[in-house]
Design a protein around this ligand. Structure first.
Ligand code: AMP
Ligand code: MG
Length: 354
């Protein structure tokens, strides 16, 4: 397939590009486009056939449902049965924005889109290019992250081109994304909202508005044992290995002086075995590492910078062809919870206390 690549400014949106993208979606095709979280791979979410193409292009397991992206609340009425009061409060505060809510679905939403579930995930993005493309398509757009299944999510068009060139009809380059990790997913079908995937909207922010909030146990687990073999995550996607760089990634947790010491020692040993080593450091620590390809993920003073740098770094290490990656860990609260959740999965739960 010949993939059309078009560019637009993220603020001053080129409507010609948008209309072309909308037309591709309308006729059942695939368009990758930027959102404020990561790049999405979109198709008409009300067409099972179109949704099917997303699974195929990504190599995504068919039981991993898609998020429907809307550009106004009228679209929401067409796809969900009811909006519970707590959901309404969250929507009023965080939409448009990086929050996905799980509702009971209307019959019109195809099971192909929801992976066979009677619930549907919905997000109203704030990125202007995303909103305009949804409007132009005139239909909710099903859009998972625009990466090959299992690889780190794309935060710039070059990442999308790497994974999707020749597999999709169109890629809209709207520059680098602002947030860099996927939306917070909250199930609002029960009495107490439950966070199924952590993101930029934190548990504390949700609690401030609606009181008690549950967290699915896969979100906080640091070992596979903590999840338990039989346990099924409420967001089916959370059970798959994700965000994985090609090299083996191990994280080291403990006082930062210990972490730096251990990583420096391991790097020397590993390099002496003829292997190429990558190190995930921060602005505060990057000058303390003595060997290996040291990359700063961001500054510890601003967790948002770490979120923004995360997926790009994992992809950069693929390009550098490192064999092994050693990483520092980050605070496990607020946005740090989302960062650690992604990194632990990228590390395949290899995390060591030092
Ligand atoms: P991605 O689009 O790549 O960010 O992945 C979408 C995430 O949303 C996956 O983890 C899915 O399992 C989750 N998801 C989508 N629809 C539902 C749903 N109806 N119930 C629970 N989780 C969902
Ligand atoms: Mg994804």
């Amino acid at each position: 397939m010949n993939t059309i690549i078009r560019t637009t400014d993220s603020e001053n949106v080129n409507m010609e590009v948008v209309n072309e993208a909308g037309a591709v979606i309308k006729r059942g095709g695939l368009v990758a486009f930027p959102t404020e979280t990561v790049y999405g791979l979109g198709a008409d979410g009300m067409s099972g056939e179109a949704s099917d193409k997303i699974y195929e292009a990504k190599g995504r397991p068919s039981d991993n449902p898609l998020i429907l992206h809307i550009s106004d609340l009228e679209m929401l009425d067409k796809i969900v049965c009811e909006v519970p009061p707590k959901a309404k409060i969250l929507m009023d505060n965080f939409w448009p924005g990086p929050m996905t809510l799980i509702f009971n679905k209307k019959a019109e939403v195809p099971y192909k889109t929801t992976g066979g579930l009677d619930t549907v995930a919905v997000r109203f993005p704030s990125h202007k290019v995303a909103i305009e493309i949804i409007k132009a398509a005139g239909t909710p757009i099903a859009a998972p992250s625009a990466n090959t299944s299992g690889r780190p999510s794309p935060t710039k068009a070059a990442h999308v081109i790497e994974d999707m060139d020749g597999r999709v009809d169109m890629i809209v380059d709207g520059g680098d994304v602002g947030i860099g990790i996927e939306s917070t997913i909250i199930d609002v079908t029960g009495d107490i909202p439950m966070i199924l995937r952590p993101g930029y909207i934190t548990k504390a922010m949700v609690e401030d508005l609606v009181g008690e909030v549950l967290v699915d146990r896969v979100v906080v687990a640091k070992t596979i044992e903590e999840i338990g073999g039989e346990y099924k995550p409420k967001a089916p996607g959370m059970k798959y290995r994700h965000y994985a760089p090609k090299a083996e990634l191990t994280m080291y947790e403990g006082p930062i002086e210990n972490v730096i010491g251990v990583i420096n020692k391991l790097a020397v040993e590993t390099i002496s075995q003829g292997k190429k080593v990558g190190i995930i450091a921060t602005d505060e620590t990057k000058d303390r590492y003595e060997s290996g390809q040291v990359v700063s993920i961001g500054t510890r003073r601003d967790e948002a910078s770490i979120a923004r740098g995360l997926y790009g770094i994992l992809r950069d290490f693929d390009t550098m062809d490192v064999d092994v990656i050693y990483s520092e860990t980050f605070y496990d609260d607020d946005l740090g919870q989302a960062i650690m959740n992604r990194l632990i999965k990228a590390a395949g739960y290899r995390i060591e206390s030092v």
